[in-house]
Design a protein around this ligand. Sequence first.
Ligand SMILES: *Cc1c(COP(=O)(O)O)cnc(C)c1O
Length: 360
Amino acid sequence: MSRVYNFSAGPAVLPEPVLKEVAEEMMDYQGSGMSVMEMSHRSPEFQKIIDDAEQDLRDLMNIPDNYKVLFLQGGASQQFAMIPMNLMKNGVADYIVTGQWAKKAYQEAQKYGKVNKIASSEDKTFSYIPDCSNLEISPDADYVYICENNTIYGTKYKTLPDTKGKTLVADVSSCFLSEPVDVSRYGIIYGGVQKNIGPAGMVIVIIREDLITEDVLDGTPTMLTYKTHADAGSLYNTPNAYCIYVCGKVFKWLKAMGGLEEMKRRNEEKAKILYDFLDESKLFKGTVEPDSRSLMNVPFVTGDKDLDAKFVKEAKAAGLVNLKGHRTVGGMRASIYNAMPKEGVEALVAFMKKFEEENA
Ligand SMILES: *Cc1c(COP(=O)(O)O)cnc(C)c1O
């Protein structure tokens, strides 16, 4: 068996101890005589898996009691519709557009009400986070929406926008559990788990209880109503049981590693290795304004398309894979999520130095 350093933006690298554990339990989950894949979601064994997963996530993020944790399907993208369908009581929402995922959410919400783009960084190809300290928040906005870490462009909010009392909704898909957060500042925090937590096919929604109501837009399907899932403990229908199980293992791994303070320290250390090199390199350069840099997704370029392609190809041959930038932006991108060890980032930088010398 040989494992590569996988810099994919998602689905992405998972912690090796977790992969080993789930492999060991594949044929016989803790004496049940079956795999979690084969297990009823109504069984006591599975109830314990989902209860433990929720409790460990609550411990990790210090989630206040007046928030529900939902394990839902449809990925992060389904939330682009579910949020307006459930939250638009006045039919108005404010969106801050800092990349493609925020833009998609903004466009989807337009199907359901009046949607204002109150800030954007599209003027400079989303290479920064706009100043959100004094935005024109709509007086009747039901919520203010952000994408907190922009996976494709590699930017991250360093301070949350001043929403002037309005409910903040954040897509944290690519920075989920990468550092501590104050959950009480948000109405909804949600993210697809395939970036920084587990396998693809699930979104975790952390939602303040007062936002869970029967008063949703006319025609909202039962399955797209938060209340349906909140009332049923995420077991209204068959959930992505195996994904919940693997995510639960990752939560335990994070706890054993020292929790989110420790992940933040590690992630800052890893990101610094790469950004310091980009800042001094004569060949490679980062594409993001320094004060908006993400700890998770690091895009960079040589300025020459052919050289970029050569780099990606040679890096792959050296066991450093999935470094090609998003299809819409080109260049390179290294995603260095929680499960990417420091050694992976060091190997990448060593390879970049060598490539720079050879191609000077
Ligand atoms: C990947 C990603 C999405 C889309 O996730 P799906 O689960 O594929 O729908 C949405 N938002 C952000 C920030 C992402 O990184």
